[in-house]
Design a protein around this ligand. Structure first.
Ligand SMILES: [Zn+2]
Ligand SMILES: [Zn+2]
Length: 141
């Protein structure tokens, strides 16, 4: 008989009133009508198949891309669990516009940490780069 274990089990069951909605990571593979050779991947969160279907359909309608397949990430195998996949919709770090029809342009500036900002255009990247990485450094000198 272990009293400590009993106490712990009680604590866990009382901890949250409602479990958080279970959102699963999905991957969608698609091609662009004008560059049929390249396959693009996006990942996104959806609680179920119908939600995932809705999101994929909306994305394809907006972008005119063609779906190849989509499924839960955990069913996609090791290759996809290790692959870095952009999210379905990005918000440009600089201009805050949502964009989803191109591969995001990454900053990747290596300061103390690698900058993970993503941009809708090279112009936004350059502006961000100047304000965040060049101007700031100048101020401290
Ligand atoms: Zn932008
Ligand atoms: Zn940056």
């Amino acid at each position: 008989m272990n009293d400590n274990n009993d106490v712990n089990f009680d604590d866990i069951s009382k901890r949250d009133e409602l479990p958080p909605p279970i959102e699963e990571k999905w991957i969608v593979a698609f091609i662009q009508p004008n560059t049929l050779k390249k396959i693009y991947y996006r990942q996104f969160y959806a609680p179920g198949f119908y939600e995932a279907y809705d999101m994929v359909m909306t994305f394809m309608e907006k972008t005119n891309n063609k779906i190849l397949w989509y499924k839960e990430k955990r069913k996609c195998g090791l290759y996809f669990s290790k692959k870095v996949i952009p999210y379905l919709e990005f918000v440009c770090t600089f201009c805050n516009n949502k964009f989803n029809n191109i591969e995001p342009i990454k900053c990747n500036f290596e300061g103390n940490n690698i900058c993970t900002s993503e941009f809708c255009s090279l112009q936004c990247k350059q502006e961000h780069f100047y304000y965040m990485h060049i101007k700031k450094i100048k101020q401290f000198k």
